[in-house]
Design a binder for this molecule. Structure first.
Ligand SMILES: *Cc1c(COP(=O)(O)O)cnc(C)c1O
Ligand code: SF4
Length: 344
């Protein structure tokens, strides 16, 4: 994290040469004290021993456009809770492990996972536009440099050799931290593989930095013969402000099918009201609530866990209040299962 020791002026100078969204990534807040200052929170929060330990393990990372949606002066804000390195992360939590999904065993080539029928998931980069404290990838080595295009060749060859793969999912990290020219070349190469029919992107970037939804992005995603699908990741209705709405509208106009996945998180979205508002906001923006994930049991995230029984009760109530298409499937990742396991 060399940028921590770089002066703000140097960061600004370097950022001037980049696209808006890249400059925003570079300028993201990485220091808990700066986040406290920006939000009018007591600096003691940043100085708590547990916070520096948590931030040393998985650095704080918050872009400015997300920061603007966090309520100032509220240490319990549901958006802040998703990104704040709290002392709770160090609490002992039996059963919470470093790699809960054990995804490595499904690697069919470097950077290519095939876990479920017909779909292969390409891990393009380890970089993200935000560090979510509950993320199951929080213990992966953070790497700002996306994998090289040469490294993607091996994955592309594996996709070409397996005619059962009908859908390719671009994932990470966040695949949209990769630049549009590189992604456009990748989309074209996938479209050249005749058995591939759909191109899906799993990303949190349109929510974190809506200016990432450039014209070039809409072009490469919807400009090949592949059916374009995007799964965004929003956990709370307040993440979806007017700027995000406009970005999502640009994708819909380009013909991209839009879905959302969320994670059920204690203190963030574990009430019927929070889930109802999230679903209604998504539907209003033309995004279908797809999955609500049970938390993966990753070390450091135990304080986010909601018991499955409580989750099921919540979903039952949601079903009483909303049309069927506004209720996500409540799912859990289970190693060895042939698909995500539906809990409700
Ligand atoms: C979730 C996931 C998928 C996609 O599953 P869907 O149920 O189609 O959304 C594919 N590959 C991996 C490794 C996944 O974790
Ligand atoms: S954006 Fe996604 S992959 Fe990145 S830290 Fe958040 S949940 Fe994890």
């Amino acid at each position: 994290m060399s940028i921590l020791t770089t002066s703000p002026a140097a960061v600004r100078a370097r950022s001037a040469a980049l696209d808006g969204w890249q400059a925003e990534l570079r300028a993201a807040i990485r220091d808990p004290r700066r986040l406290c200052e920006a939000l009018g929170l007591p600096l003691e929060l940043a100085h708590a021993a547990g916070t520096s330990a948590a931030a040393a393990e998985f650095p704080l990372f918050v872009p400015a456009s997300f920061l603007r949606r966090i309520e100032p002066g509220n240490p319990h804000d549901p958006l802040l809770r998703q990104v704040w390195p709290g002392p709770e992360e160090a609490s002992p939590s039996p059963g919470f492990v470093l790699d809960p999904t054990a995804d490595a065993r499904y690697a069919v080539a470097p950077g290519l996972l095939k876990k479920y029928a017909g779909r292969a998931l390409m891990v393009l980069t380890g970089a993200c536009a935000v560090h979510c404290r509950y993320c199951f990838r929080r213990h992966f080595p953070y790497d700002e440099t996306p994998a090289t295009e040469a490294a993607w060749n091996v994955a592309l060859q594996a996709i070409e050799a397996d005619a059962s793969i009908r859908e390719v999912i671009l994932s990470g990290g966040d695949p949209l931290t990769v630049t549009d020219p590189r992604l456009a070349r990748l989309a074209a190469r996938l479209a050249a593989i005749s058995h591939v029919e759909r191109l899906r992107v799993h990303t949190r970037l349109p929510v974190m930095i809506p200016s990432r939804v450039t014209a070039a992005l809409a072009d490469w995603l919807s400009g090949t013969r592949l059916t374009p699908v995007m799964v965004i990741h929003a956990n709370h209705a307040r993440e979806l402000d007017a700027e995000v709405a406009a970005a999502l509208q640009r994708l819909r106009t380009a013909g991209v099918q839009m879905l959302n996945q969320a994670v059920l998180l204690r203190g963030v979205n574990d009430t019927v009201e929070a889930q109802e508002q999230l679903s209604l906001r998504l539907v209003a923006l033309g995004v279908t609530p797809y999955y609500l994930h049970q938390l993966d049991r990753v070390r450091g995230a135990a304080h986010f866990e909601v018991p499955i029984d409580q989750g099921r009760t919540l979903l039952a109530e949601l079903r009483r209040r909303l049309p069927g298409y506004a209720v996500p499937q409540y799912v859990q990742e289970q190693p060895g299962a042939l698909h995500k396991v539906v809990l409700s």
